[in-house]
Design a binder for this molecule. Structure first.
Ligand code: FAD
Length: 390
């Protein structure tokens, strides 16, 4: 087994408070997350108690207003927290990112009354959120979604099926995009649906390649009734809200990807220090040293790219292009670095006795979620060359 402890990443943090926050996250990760990660991922167990602890510790609402129980932290700090959590266990890092994505609609577009009523419980009261955009027949083309919400008096009645929902079946609230008007992006509205709403149910979770501790399930909405007070934003504004949430959410995925890649690099470095072949530690072989150098360089470049996008966002400047670039680069990097880590561990890398193969399986999903990497390239190209077919 590895005999070299991972070296903490040197982070550029803007305040002492942020440094204390990272220390707290490292402590929670080492004490509460890492020890059970491999076994629980194998067993497909979601660590709800870890999320309760993160909520108590103020880590589920870091970027939102202190007025509503958030942490008032800049995005550059929040993303580095996510990176640390994902390095410990992707189910946790990604789960925090998805919770933050699900909270975004209300935090950014809710009325003052809605925010006062719901946000404190969402940001620090132990609730867990889910974000419901995808459907069985609409993934990348999310604007073609078919789940319907029909107005009945002061209520809306929602019918349809959402697909691939992270925390589907265990979430306390669901931010649901549903069609209330015309076909296409302008006919969609966002709703905050409680997890215990009558008519809401989840299918058996998908059997996935990795990220098995994080439940991903279809969510059925069968005549789910919510009052108009649970509509977020204007009628027809739901798709714009969903996309705006994704610009920020993609940065969360980028940070998680860097975390998984860093964990894989740390694992490879431990291994090369203790494994001997041809009478020498394999760390002496230039073929592996160059691989390690490339892995580390790609990781640093990814971290720099997501931080650039985060700092633009923190300064109130446009950041959607850089967020798409960060998601693309960091997740492709995670795939390459984790694959190389398996290679560096040789036959042992291909076994579940070491975490490298789990990191490789986890990296794959990051190239798919919150807009596949083909879709990220489309977003970047639109920023560069304008919309297609002009
Ligand atoms: C583990 C997991 C968790 C998820 N969590 C959530 C969640 O919490 N909430 C949620 O709403 N969704 C969630 N998703 C769904 C995810 O966002 C979608 O899987 C993703 O957007 C792709 O949609 P799709 O799977 O339908 O693929 P499709 O859109 O059918 O794409 C199939 C292939 O075609 C490519 N493609 C599609 N259109 C184009 C194009 N115009 N140009 C070039 N290539 C194209 C894609 O890149 C892909 O390679 C999750 C998915 C997974 C696997």
């Amino acid at each position: 087994m590895p005999d070299r402890a991972p070296q903490p990443v040197d982070r550029q943090l803007p305040t002492d408070e942020a440094r204390d926050l990272i220390s707290l996250v490292r402590e929670i990760a080492q004490r509460e997350i890492v020890p059970a990660a491999a076994e629980e991922e194998d067993a497909g167990r979601f660590p709800r108690e870890v999320f309760a602890l993160l909520s108590e510790s103020g880590l589920l609402g870091l970027v939102y207003d202190a007025e509503h129980g958030g942490g008032d932290q800049p995005y550059e700090v929040y993303l580095q927290v996510l990176e640390e959590l994902a390095a410990a266990r992707l189910t946790v890092g990604l789960g925090v990112s998805v919770h933050s994505l699900a909270s975004y609609a209300l935090a950014a577009y809710g009325t003052k009354e809605q925010q006062a009523e719901h946000l404190p419980a969402m940001l620090g009261g132990g609730l867990l959120g889910a974000y419901c955009l995808s459907e069985p027949a609409s993934g990348s083309d999310a604007a073609s979604l078919r789940t319907k919400a029909v107005r009945e008096g002061d209520d809306w009645v929602i019918d349809g099926t959402k697909a691939w929902i992270t925390h589907g079946g265990i979430a306390d609230f669901y931010t649901v995009m549903a069609r209330t008007g015309e076909d296409g992006p302008r006919g969609i509205t966002a709703f905050l649906v409680p997890g215990d709403a009558e008519g809401l149910s989840a299918a058996v979770p998908e059997r996935k390649m990795g990220l098995k501790g994080s439940p991903t399930a279809q969510v059925h909405l069968d005549g789910v009734r919510v009052s108009d007070a649970r509509r977020i934003g204007d009628e027809g504004q739901g798709f714009a809200i969903a996309l705006s949430a994704l610009d920020s959410g993609r940065l969360g995925i980028a940070a998680c990807a860097v975390g998984v890649a860093q964990a894989a690099l740390d694992e490879a470095l431990s291994y090369v220090a203790q494994r001997r072949q041809f009478g020498r530690p394999i760390a002496d072989f230039q073929g592996l040293r160059f691989m390690l150098a490339d892995m580390a360089t790609q990781i640093e470049a990814g971290r720099a790219l997501y931080l650039t996008a985060a700092r633009l966002r923190d300064a109130g400047l446009p950041f959607a292009k850089q967020a798409a670039m960060a998601k693309l680069h960091c997740t492709d990097t995670a795939m390459r670095v984790t694959t190389d880590a398996v290679q560096i561990l040789g036959g042992y890398g291909y076994t579940a006795d070491f975490p490298a193969e789990r990191y490789m399986r986890e990296a794959k999903v990051l190239q798919i979620v919150e807009g596949t990497n083909q879709i990220q390239r489309m977003v970047i190209a639109r920023h560069l060359a304008g919309p297609e077919g002009r």
